[in-house]
Ligand binder design. Structure first.
Ligand code: ZN
Length: 66
């Protein structure tokens, strides 16, 4: 298993890997450590802050985003 989940329901920044897919933090403005979670529908790698609990994020991303 590659773990390359395709994550849907993202906004433009999230889909480009420029914002957290969980809390929406803008990585261009907020310097926070983040980890890759998978890929968007456009094949860009997407990220979540380490504090956003990547394990949970992988399960919930695309389903419970505001
Ligand atoms: Zn976050």
């Amino acid at each position: 298993m590659s773990g390359e989940a395709i994550i849907t329901g993202l906004n433009a920044l999230q889909a480009d890997g420029l914002a957290c897919v969980v809390c929406g933090a803008d990585y261009l403005r907020v310097r926070v450590p983040h980890v890759p979670l998978g890929r968007s529908v456009t094949s860009s790698q997407v990220f979540a802050c380490v504090g956003c609990c990547p394990d949970d994020a992988q399960r919930t991303a695309g389903g419970v985003l505001p």
